[in-house]
Design a protein around this ligand. Structure first.
Ligand SMILES: [Zn+2]
Length: 456
């Protein structure tokens, strides 16, 4: 028996109370009734652990995917549309009831945090992401005032700075508590512009929350330097799922929100994992998702699962990357990720000799800010009868490698080293001769796009 099964943490105890209602509500939806028809134990599921008896569902299967989910007694009131990071568009509906429930929960958490911190000032939440667009930033509803700063073009940025220059954002608030949220790139571009405009002292946010994409060390260090009084928060979230996780400053892992159930299943099946790399599966709990609740929803993200000392008895994870970006290799009776995109991105970012892509294509000339993605491409070639599998990494250098052959050779070895260091599975495969790593350096920026790990 694993530790996670043996100890039930406080979050899981709360979730256990919400699971029976969640299943009963979902059972009224024809999609789930049909899906669970051959699982007699489905309606008896009453704990987080028992959810494992239910099938994992994804975006694209069955035909129509999760768009066929809809509760007959609820009316969709908000539509959220995502282009999808892997090219499959996705539409998500929410009913007024569930939005109100979530806002009430967040508002309650907010009130309790205020009591603990003895902070009475009103909060103004500035976000570059529309609060309705992203599942988790519905949190903006829980604060008193919110402002959306569009950052899609240079013009938007100029408008945002104009707004921040005003003596007061709201006529009745002289000294509000500022929170800032957005994608990591948006936050870095905005912080840079705010700094250049001499507005850092005026903005002084209490928290800076990165969401919708991965916050790298480069992003984080830059934001922490611009906003020394702010807590930099890194959220894991998906636009289609209510609830996500926050990266812990102590253990470095992501701890999940209480209103969503995280589970990790094997790469090639639905077996529950308590260690190692697997697929992250989320269940949204009633009443926080009502029209189109996701039960055992495959997020498309690979994670390594841990039990953190911060949260005994709960699932905590390290993000590995999008499943669609990770080739799998059969080795010694197991399937292993050929590499870990997020750790690889971090490893490449640590090498200043590599060329960076533009940070915000629509807003020139932000191509040299910390956190700009290195130009690199990882291409996997499966094993053939003649040759073993190989990973070909093409990295674009900021100098011409053929003019500096000795430096280039030394850099190539360093790239190799950090790449192997970033992915324990690749190291194991390379040592066993099951996957070779080839590193190619070039100064031709057309050879590779900026290395992205999630996308908005
Ligand atoms: Zn922790």
């Amino acid at each position: 028996m694993s530790i996670i099964e043996a100890v039930v943490g406080p979050k899981t105890r709360i979730r256990n109370k919400l699971v029976p209602g969640t299943i009963e509500h979902a059972h009224a939806i024809p999609y789930y009734r049909e899906l669970w028809a051959d699982r007699p134990q489905a309606t008896a599921v009453s704990t987080v652990a028992e959810l494992a008896a239910l099938p994992v569902v994804g975006k694209y299967e069955p035909a129509g995917g999760m768009s066929v989910v809809g509760h007959p007694d609820r009316t969709p009131s908000v539509l959220m549309h995502s282009s999808g990071t892997t090219g499959h568009p996705f539409t998500r509906y929410r009913s007024a009831e569930e939005i109100q429930e979530l806002a009430a929960l967040l508002s309650d958490l907010n009130a309790r945090a205020r009591e603990r911190t003895n902070e009475a000032r009103p909060i103004v939440h500035l976000s570059t992401i529309s609060k309705r667009h992203h599942g988790n930033s519905i949190g903006a509803l829980a604060v008193e005032r919110s402002v959306t700063l569009g950052l899609l073009s240079e013009r938007d940025l100029v408008k945002a700075l104009g707004l921040l220059r005003r003596p007061q954002l709201f006529p009745d608030l002289v000294d509000p508590l500022i929170q800032l949220s957005g994608t990591p790139d948006d936050l870095v571009v905005l912080a840079h512009a705010v700094q250049a405009a001499g507005l850092l002292e005026r903005l002084r946010p209490r928290t800076v929350t990165a969401l919708a994409d991965y916050l790298t060390d480069g992003h984080r260090d830059f934001l922490a330097g611009c906003f020394p009084d702010a807590r930099i928060v890194h959220r894991y979230s998906l636009s289609e799922v209510v609830g996500g996780a926050t990266r812990c400053e102590r253990c470095g892992l992501f701890h999940f929100d209480v209103h969503v159930v995280p589970q990790v299943v094997s790469l090639d099946g639905e077996q529950s994992l308590t260690s190692g790399v697997g697929r992250l599966v989320l269940t949204e709990l009633f009443p926080f998702s009502q029209y189109q609740p996701f039960i055992r929803y495959d997020t498309g993200d690979l994670v390594e699962v841990f039990e953190s000392p911060c949260e005994p008895g709960e699932v905590s994870v390290m993000l590995v990357g999008r499943r669609a970006h990770v080739p799998l290799v059969e080795h010694a009776g197991a399937r292993l990720p050929a590499f870990r995109p997020i750790a690889l991105r971090g490893a490449l970012e640590s090498l200043p000799e590599l060329q960076r892509g533009p940070m915000h294509a629509a807003i020139a000339p932000y191509d040299v800010l910390p956190g700009s993605a290195p130009r690199a491409r990882a291409e996997f070639h499966p094993a053939t009868p003649e040759a073993s599998a190989r990973l070909e990494l093409t990295a674009v250098t900021a100098f011409a490698p053929h003019l500096f052959p000795r430096q280039a050779e030394e850099l190539r070895e360093r790239v190799r080293g950090v790449v192997l260091q970033s992915s324990p599975e690749l190291r194991e495969l390379a040592e066993a001769g099951a996957c070779e790593l080839h590193v190619q350096l070039t100064a031709d920026s057309r050879a590779a796009d900026p290395f992205t790990v999630r996308g908005a």
